[in-house]
Write a protein that binds this ligand. Structure first.
Ligand code: ZN
Length: 164
């Protein structure tokens, strides 16, 4: 038996494109993603919580890195329009400084930015983020790309100890 809690984080607005997609998803477009994080523990802490929801909410700061950003697969030919490093911009004119500021929200990621890969990435971040809470497991991160389409990335439960 275990206690499971689930928290919806504040929405984030992310642009992406899916290279090679045969439909409209190859074009730059965006979604207002909403994200649920689910945590569990076999026993409650001394306050009677799995994790206080106010502490769960702090994971928002990790998710917010992507808010108002553009995610591009690092192998996407389109990503070649953007320098990999801000240090390659030696010009200090105002429009270059403005461009550098915008580049801070263009992330070249090692995966095609589908909701599946994005939820896996956030799940792995969540495992690190909540590791300070002993005996608490991150069950899943579920990301909704639209109100009726989502991906839940979750661990594979071990039903019997000692067996696969
Ligand atoms: Zn999309």
């Amino acid at each position: 038996m275990a206690f499971r809690i689930r928290k919806r984080l504040s929405d984030i607005c992310v642009a992406h494109r899916l290279p090679g997609h045969e439909g409209k998803c190859k074009f730059l477009h965006g979604h207002n993603y909403f994200i649920y994080i689910t945590l569990e523990a076999d026993e409650l802490n001394e306050m009677g919580f799995v994790v206080d929801f106010k502490d769960v909410k702090k994971f928002q700061e990790v998710v917010d890195v992507w808010d108002h950003s553009l995610l591009l697969w690092e192998k996407d030919p389109f990503s070649h329009f953007f320098p990999k490093s801000l240090y390659s911009l030696s010009d200090t004119s105002p429009h270059v400084i403005e461009f550098a500021s915008i580049l801070q929200k263009i992330f070249l990621v090692p995966f095609i930015p589908t909701v599946e890969n994005m939820s896996q990435h956030l799940y792995e971040k969540a495992v690190g983020f909540f590791s300070k809470f002993e005996k608490v497991r991150v069950v899943s991160v579920e990301m909704y790309e639209t109100s009726d389409a989502s991906c839940e990335y979750t661990y594979t439960p071990i039903f019997e100890e000692g067996k696969e």
